[in-house]
Design a protein around this ligand. Structure first.
Ligand code: HEM
Ligand code: CU
Length: 552
């Protein structure tokens, strides 16, 4: 290895408290290692997925047949609120931040994140917020005003259990965790890249996580400010959002969606990043249009702050305002469409290998695009007036979050699991997981577009036996059962593979980004030394110069 320049990684002057002092659990609890923290983020997301999934299954059971009365309206309100809030803040956010925490340093050839202790704090505070939110079930009742908690429903006179107080405090706390993680990603990307890795050679996952972090820094303080105001309203009789006493309920909607729309992109951009890593590797081709993919990300990030009122067409803001937000929303379709074209063009003519990871990536392309198309329908104000607050919205949400971000996360987990654990996931079980989940997902949510067009409102705990309502809802519930079985297979696959899976080499997919240069799993220090990076596919270059770092 002589003659290779050492990686210029800044070492902290005073070493961090050793993580070797504890054993077993204590070592994990006191860890500042980005890999251990990343793994804990992922376990946390899985845990909350089971919680949010159980809430979803309860709702689907209640909705399986017309005029059922298993749960009753009060419980149902709590369930859809907790389900949505959990899935957004405690499942998708930690999954994406967790993958970033584990892989961003590895992909830029760094040994750690820039601020390891902040990294640990971000994780634990996110968990604390999640526990606080769920503690509400035991403390008198969970929040029940929907995941966006519209005022005045969320005010004390309409929701008098402590649920919404836990919601506010819990989300403020997880929000601080997300802000910490974003700061860390930004500083790590700017200061800790291996020699030669210019910004225009960043792996696209890193690029998207990096840009996304600016969105987090822009959006989450808005949410936290709004939540703080809501707390003041509820606890100290301020009346920011109470029209009866001079406040403004519409103000809450502005504050929430000024955060909320960027948030849906915060959940999408890292997913785009995963897809941009997976598709080229399994198509054996270089990504098509690196520059347009990267540039369209910047475009999306900027635009996402200028479209929030498309969630408020029904409020009555007037035609000029509606027209502006309608046009701005449609503009976002352009950079997003460019990305879809890039990914498709990358696959075009490639030698495609349909691993489970690649299957999820392709399903992402199709289902996310469907979600994007129904989104463009919503951007047309008069269409929105007809279908807002119907099941069409529920279908749309799930196509972008589940068919989009969650499928991309699965693609990422099947892709990177060998690196994290040193074991391969079973492809056979993976295929069962994929197909059952895909079929179940489309059974549940495709049909809800029709239900919405037929006028079934969302957030109702039961419905009359109108034509098609019963049969469509029954199909939706059966789809949910299929998804549940698929998830059980996935979880079995994880535990089974961790114990008995095939050993993974350092680069089982013959990928070309730097994380695959480390052993599987990487050593505590990630890399001993790295050559200079010349192109955006360093492993191919290093292969040529015969430098290999082979697992063991
Ligand atoms: C990561 C995956 C998922 C995400 C991000 C997600 C997100 C959401 C969100 C944001 C809402 C809106 C809550 C509200 O209106 O306040 C919602 C509602 C709902 N979701 Fe999910 N969800 C996911 C998975 C699922 C699954 C797997 C099922 C089916 C088993 C499901 C069934 C429902 C139901 C029944 C509602 C209530 C609709 C209503 O009454 O308005 N969700 N989901
Ligand atoms: Cu939006």
């Amino acid at each position: 290895m002589e003659g290779y320049k050492r990686n210029m990684i800044p070492e902290p002057e005073t070493p961090l408290p050793s993580i070797k002092t504890g054993y077993g659990l204590l070592q994990w609890l006191s860890s500042t290692d980005h890999k251990q923290l990343g793994i804990m983020y992922l376990w946390m997301a899985l845990f909350f997925f089971l919680v949010g999934g159980a809430e979803a299954m309860l709702m689907r059971a209640q909705l399986a047949l017309p005029e059922l009365n298993l749960l009753g309206p009060e419980v149902y309100n709590q369930l859809f609120t907790m389900h949505g809030t959990t899935m957004v803040f405690l499942v998708l956010m930690p999954t994406l931040i967790g993958l970033g925490t584990y892989f961003l340093p590895l992909m830029i050839g760094a040994n750690e994140m820039a601020f390891p202790r902040l990294n640990a704090m971000s994780l634990w505070i996110t968990l604390l917020g999640g526990l606080l939110l769920n503690f509400s079930y035991l403390a008198g009742g969970a929040p029940d005003a929907g995941w966006f908690s519209y005022a005045p429903l969320s005010e004390k006179n309409y929701s008098f259990t402590p649920g919404l107080d836990y919601y506010s405090i819990g989300l403020i706390v997880t929000g601080i965790g997300s802000i910490g993680a974003a700061l860390n990603f930004i500083v790590t990307t700017i200061t800790m890249r291996v020699k030669g890795m210019k910004m225009n050679k960043l792996p696209l996952f890193v690029w998207m996580v990096f840009f996304n972090s600016f969105l987090i820094l822009g959006a989450f303080p808005l949410l936290n400010a709004g939540l703080f105001m809501l707390l003041l309203d509820r606890q100290l009789q301020a009346h920011f959002f109470l029209p009866a006493t001079g406040g403004s309920a519409v103000l809450w909607q502005h504050v929430f969606w000024a955060f909320g729309h960027p948030e849906v992109y915060i959940l999408a951009l890292p997913a785009f990043g995963i897809i941009s890593e997976v598709i080229p590797v399994f198509s054996r081709k270089k990504i098509y249009g690196y520059v347009t993919l990267a540039a369209s990300t910047v475009f999306i990030a900027l635009l996402s702050f200028g479209v929030w009122a498309h969630h408020m067409f029904a409020v009555g803001l007037g035609n000029p305002v509606n027209t502006f937000f309608s046009a701005a929303s449609m503009l976002i379709g352009i950079p997003t469409g460019i990305k879809v074209i890039n990914w498709t063009a990358t696959m075009w003519g490639g030698r495609i290998f349909f691993s489970t990871s690649m299957l999820f990536a392709v399903a992402f392309l199709i289902d996310f695009t469907l979600g994007g198309l129904s989104g463009i329908a919503f951007a047309i104000a008069p269409i929105d007036w007809h279908i807002t607050d119907t099941y069409f919205v529920v279908a749309h949400i799930h196509y972008v979050f589940l068919g989009g971000t969650l499928f991309a996360s699965f693609a990422g987990i099947y892709y990177w699991f060998p690196k994290i654990s040193g074991k391969m996931l079973s492809e056979k079980l993976g295929q069962w997981h994929f197909w059952l989940f895909l079929i179940g997902f489309n059974m549940t949510f495709l049909i809800q577009h029709l239900l919405g067009l037929l006028g079934m409102p969302r957030r109702v705990y039961t419905y009359p036996d109108l034509p098609y309502y019963g049969s469509m809802n029954f199909i939706a519930t059966m789809g949910a059962v299929l998804m549940m079985i698929a998830m059980l297979i996935f979880i079995f696959n994880i535990f089974h593979s961790l114990r008995k899976g095939m050993k993974a080499s350092s680069n089982p997919w013959y990928a070309w980004t730097i994380e695959w240069f480390a052993s599987s799993p990487p050593s505590l220090k990630n890399f001993d030394e790295l050559d200079e990076v010349k192109t955006s596919r360093p492993l191919i270059d290093w292969e040529k110069t015969n430098q290999r770092n082979d697992g063991e």
